[in-house]
Design a protein around this ligand. Sequence first.
Ligand code: SAM
Length: 444
Amino acid sequence: MPAPRRPRTPNARPQAAPKADTRRAPSARGAALRMLNEVLGEEPRLLADLSDAPWAAGMAGADRARAQRLAAETLRGLERCDRLLAKHLKKLPPLPVRNVLRIATWELAHGEAAHGVVNDAVNAVSRMPRQGHLKGLVNAVLRKIADEAPSEWPKLRAPRLPDWLREPLVAAYSSAQMLAFEAAHAAGAPLDLTPRDPAQAADWAEKLGGVLLPTGSVRLAEAGQISALPGYEEGAWWVQDAAAALPVKLLAPKQGEKILDLCAAPGGKTLQVAAAGAEVTAVDLSAHRLKRLEANLKRTGLKATVIAGDAMEHEGRYDAILLDAPCSATGTIRRHPDLPHARDGAEIGDLIGLQSFMIDHALSLLNPGGRLVFCTCSLIPDEGECQIEEALERHPDLRVDRSALERPGIDPAWITEEGGLRLTPDLWPDLGGMDGFYMAVLTR
Ligand SMILES: C[S@@+](CC[C@H](N)C(=O)[O-])C[C@H]1O[C@@H](n2cnc3c(N)ncnc32)[C@H](O)[C@@H]1O
């Protein structure tokens, strides 16, 4: 029988570093508009890929952060914006004008002074070569929205996920749980930190005015400027969702162990493994994303061997392997509200194929008695539970180590039939939720 064809790696294209742009930098609102136009455009892009776009090169850090937030929050509330606007639009204007209206609607619903918001929106449209004539319409609509939005916004339902994602999730969970996911996505995410020294987590929670979560992460309600927080410069902690910090806790790296982090960038998990004193090799296909890993290693003073390359071609023998495989990232919508709009699910089939090839390759690199943690930040069981069930069928000597799940803060209700952990954004409702994730510990 011919060997099965390996699916193409969806994000295998090398990413070039952005070129500096000498044109005048856009305002925060102008940049947010460009971001929305790109996320919702014909060739949709993710916000994360736009943060260092050439057109944003001259922007001050604070403006850049404001633009990102404005774009992300408008996308999070897009359905609500459109519902408010629909009452006042007989016909949908072209996308750039619609996006000006959407951003302004979000701002008006969230307490921004109407005068500035409406003026800026009218000016933005009047500068559009082909849509300038719509400035009067924009002015009239936004004056009405300014009156209504603050009181109407909270009455609108949490935005629904698009069908490409809602349908598989309703089939896998339930309609009620789906509504709870959507409410969690609408609520957004607090800022979680992983302390370099887990024994000092409570101290950092106190110093930063946060709370210590049951699994050992520190949660802050208000992020502000992260690089200005105590402990940032000295690398005493790094930003990492509490759910994303769990795979390495299950891996339980030990001093001196030889550990491979197969899909490592931007590196939150590599830092955890290195902080435990293990000898870590971090591999990732994206040289661009690895730059962030290198910067994080420098800031924290932690050590890792960093390799830009294809996980499927990596060779060696390791005591333990972490495989945080490329996936649909549908568990991270609280923090990436652009994802449901910029994606359409077309690449999920390829990703599922790649994940199973990566599991098999990772298993071939394990020392006898070694352990593999497979995880994905996805809500889709095909990228989680099903991968493990199928791996167990392909490898009769493989078993799932359930004892690895006996860790502080892990609720037994999260444990799945095959022995993995299923985390969803509606968990910890009183603490502010967590990202969706799946993880399992395999040994052979
Ligand atoms: C979920 S992210 C990893 C997140 C990372 N473990 C962390 O904690 O920061 C998946 C990563 O897989 C990388 N990737 C995708 N295909 C790959 C391949 N064939 N070989 C190595 N890395 C790959 C992507 O560049 C991406 O950085």
